[in-house]
Write a protein that binds this ligand. Structure first.
Ligand code: SF4
Length: 494
């Protein structure tokens, strides 16, 4: 139902002997569900035993039963929730990916959960195939798992230290062997990855604190863990019997954290780069109002993505805020198509407007982003049909004009409503009385950051990794398409 950028993936890992690691992973994935709704998986192991993986298509609460969690008993576990393009082989691409390579004498078993997207996946894939490695999925994540599993280094951290510099693109990865968790992040830090400590285990003098890693700190809150710090870009972190070990493998590269994480992807209660996102999004709303005030009676949000910015805007404007829509929170869970008769009601399956609130009002309507514009167009029409006197759209992101090659599924450039259109032309297409996008400067002011350390390529077209454009040309799926549009692979995103 949502036509915006599609969420990416969420990863989690935990080393905690004496704790129900699978159950804790389940709840952590439950908190990360917004990052991927197509499949979920957990891999768990006893130190010295085998890795057992359970993964399936569906939401976290659909995939795992009590029995599954009992079967996944162990001392360490990793988990994954995934968004991908759908396809007949979707199950094969669910994660954690598990690979076992080598002879019985020196066999390396590794499971891996990945958030991101490699831009040199095809090159690596071909190289591995030429070396006799076979694959059971079309996911770039299995390429990484295979590279680690086949690396001859004795310790998995050394294998990862050799593999990491060969990977290009976005990757926040949680890998596990039978006795440790190893988390690592690409040298640009495109996607988030945080370290937490289980509070309940902190005072355990005999074995020390138990650590966990997750895409977002909201996963720590739900399991009684505390945010410690982020995994640094280019850092390899081991969680094991000695607690937390770290080594920097690829230091001092241009940082490029995804600025869209603050705007939309991450949960508002997560903390990233010392910013609580609910607060940063509130500031985006305040700046939106400063940049484009308008005579109006009321502020409403497009729920839930516009809520925080709408509150900030209403605060700055001194205007009342109300619910213009009631949102059905369970729409994503229905697989029954609405059919022709209901289709004409379009978005009402998801948003039902409240005419009693809307009628006769000059509205400021706040949302986080516009990609194709179809949803926004329908929202504007619903508000007009419900009697709104004026509809002024305020968007807490700049216009999206370029595709993402770093793990976010967006439309092709031609489908983006802001592509080759001025803001006035977009406003006319949407049928609203006025439209303002938050400036890029406004975004960085709100998140207390700068362009030098972030990626904003979907707004500006400036891709922070050299060769991103060429990668598109080299790996284009269909001949004749513009390089950036198809950027990456005959492989799917994690
Ligand atoms: S292109 Fe946009 S969505 Fe993709 S990593 Fe950069 S800022 Fe994030």
């Amino acid at each position: 139902m949502r036509e915006g950028p599609r969420d990416e993936c969420g990863v989690f890992g935990l080393y905690a002997p004496g704790h129900e690691v699978a159950r804790l992973s389940y709840f952590a994935l439950y908190a990360l569900q917004h990052r991927g709704q197509e499949s979920a998986g957990i891999a768990a192991a006893d130190r010295g035993g085998h890795i057992i993986t359970r993964r399936e298509l569906g939401l976290v609460n659909q995939v795992f039963s009590e029995n599954d969690l009992r079967t996944l008993a162990g001392e360490l576990a990793i988990g994954h929730v995934r968004y991908s393009t759908t396809g007949s082989n979707a199950w094969e691409n669910s994660q954690p990916v598990q690979r076992s390579e080598g002879t019985n004498g020196s066999r390396r078993e590794v499971a891996l959960a990945h958030n991101g997207n490699l831009i040199n996946a095809l090159e690596l894939h071909e190289e591995l195939l030429a070396n006799g490695v076979s694959f059971s999925s079309t996911s770039d994540s299995e390429i990484i798992a295979a590279m680690i599993a086949t690396n001859p280094a004795e310790h998995v951290e050394d294998a990862i230290a050799e593999v990491l510099p060969r990977l290009r693109g976005a990757f926040s990865i949680v890998a596990m062997t039978k006795d440790r968790i190893v988390a690592f992040r690409d040298p640009h830090g495109l996607r988030p990855l945080a370290i937490g400590v289980l509070d309940s285990a902190e005072d355990d003098g005999e074995v020390g604190p138990r650590y966990c890693v997750a895409s977002e700190s909201c996963a720590f809150d739900i399991i009684g863990a505390r945010y410690l710090r982020d995994v640094e870009p280019g850092e390899v972190v081991t969680l094991g019997e000695h607690g937390l070990d770290s080594r920097m493998v690829a230091p001092d590269q241009r940082r490029a954290f995804c600025v869209f994480e603050y705007i939309y992807f991450a949960r508002p209660d997560s903390r990233m780069n010392d910013q609580v996102l609910q607060v940063a999004r509130g500031r985006m709303g305040e700046i939106l109002w400063r940049e484009a005030p308008v005579e109006a009676d009321m502020v409403i949000a497009v729920p839930d993505s516009g809520n925080a910015a709408a509150r900030g805007l209403a605060r700055a404007a001194g205007l009342p805020q109300d619910d213009g829509f009631v949102k059905n929170r369970y729409v994503a869970r229905t697989f029954i198509q609405p059919g022709q008769e209901l289709r004409k009601h379009g978005l009402r399956l998801k948003f039902n407007p409240l005419p009693e609130v809307i009628e006769g009002k000059r509205l400021v309507v706040v949302d986080d982003s516009i990609v194709r514009g179809n949803t926004t167009r329908q929202i504007v029409q619903m508000l007009r049909d419900s009697g709104a006197a004026e509809v002024h759209m305020r968007i807490s992101a700049p216009p999206i004009k370029h595709p993402c090659h770093y793990g976010i599924d967006m439309s092709t450039r031609e489908e983006m409503i802001a592509h080759n259109r001025t803001t006035e032309q977009v406003a006319a297409e949407l049928g609203c009385d006025s439209l303002h996008y938050l400036s890029l400067g406004g975004v960085y002011e709100a998140v207390r950051g700068s362009r030098e350390t972030h990626c904003d390529a979907c707004f500006t077209g400036h891709y922070p990794l050299a060769g991103t454009d060429e990668a598109g040309g080299k790996y284009a799926l269909e001949p004749g398409e513009e390089a950036e549009e198809v950027a990456v692979l005959p492989l799917t995103r994690a």
